[in-house]
Design a protein around this ligand. Structure first.
Ligand code: AKG
Ligand code: FE2
Length: 289
């Protein structure tokens, strides 16, 4: 497993034994096993069998926070009456795309049922935080679709260094990110950061190419051509099929990622007619403790 700490692709990580951990009620012990996967393994893990199926959503939220606490300090998400340590990822009728099929920047994309492009949550400093760890606990699955797609930014970085060294040099300098959907009160909707940075001996990724392009609408100036080409190169590598691991998470699975390193996305889904059965994930963000 140690080899995976230096970057994985679909083939090297596909053996489930490398990332699956059975749930145990001792959350301190679970956190120790998770930490090994996060820091000296593939950078993510799927905890299976979390006993949330029969629970009401509020108790699933409490469970999600309780599981993360021994790993790090949970961070508040949302603003005002929306604020919670346990954010509900479910279709609340928000469409990330307008009728003209244009991306709708202020919408909470996690509250839609559309495709979610690859990103890490810290890229946009949601609600003013840069989470180290993010967990997604599956309370209920969709009728169809809604698969999770993971890509290792360490591998993306290595491929860019080989195939696009000039673009990669630029990707180590600050870019603007549109964070209209998660702007903390009184702060700017544009946040700046380098897509790749070395910090404390580790590579830290900030990746959300849709929000990087979108920022230039807010800045009211065109995206410089060389910067646009660097984003294109990043997109091209991100979408290489041999890099992506697709997971069909089941009810009671909890995906935990090192958000500094692992990028996630989601396929479109179709939901159940019965509102009580609809897809619902609980997202917790934490600072490493
Ligand atoms: O719905 C999903 O599977 C992922 C949602 C997501 O990326 C998020 O809420 O940050
Ligand atoms: Fe996300």
């Amino acid at each position: 497993m140690a080899g995976l700490a230096h970057g994985w692709d679909r083939r090297s990580v596909s053996d489930r034994a490398l990332h699956v951990l059975p749930y145990e009620g001792d959350h301190d012990a679970l956190a120790r096993r998770l930490r090994t996967r996060l820091t000296s393994g593939p950078g993510f893990a799927v905890v299976t069998g979390v006993p949330v199926h029969a629970l009401p959503t509020e108790q699933a939220q409490e469970m999600a926070v309780a599981m993360m606490r021994p790993l790090g300090r949970p961070l508040p998400q949302g603003t005002g009456s929306d604020e919670s340590l346990a954010w509900l990822v479910r279709d609340e009728g928000v469409s990330a795309h307008t009728d003209e099929r244009r991306f709708s920047e202020p919408a909470y994309t996690s509250k839609s049922r559309g495709h979610l492009h690859l990103h890490n949550d810290a890229a946009v400093s949601p609600f003013g935080h840069e989470p180290d760890y993010v967990s997604l606990l599956v309370h209920r699955t969709a009728r169809a679709g809604g698969a999770t797609v993971l890509v290792d930014a360490l591998t993306v970085h290595r491929v860019l260094a080989h195939d696009h060294p000039d673009h990669l040099a630029l990707l180590h300098t600050p870019f603007a990110f549109d964070r209209r959907h998660v702007t903390p009160p009184g702060r700017s909707p544009v946040v700046w950061g380098a897509p790749f940075a070395h910090r404390d001996g580790h590579l830290r990724a900030r990746c959300n190419t849709v929000r990087m392009r979108g920022a230039y609408h807010l800045l009211d100036r065109p995206l410089p051509a060389v910067r646009g080409a660097a984003i294109d190169a990043l997109d091209e590598v991100l979408h290489r099929p041999e890099l992506a691991l697709t997971l069909e998470l089941a009810e009671g699975d909890c995906l935990v990622v090192d958000d500094r390193r692992i990028l996630h996305g989601r396929t479109t889904y179709q939901d159940h007619d019965d509102p009580g059965r609809r897809r619902c994930l609980v997202r917790v963000m934490a600072h490493a403790g």
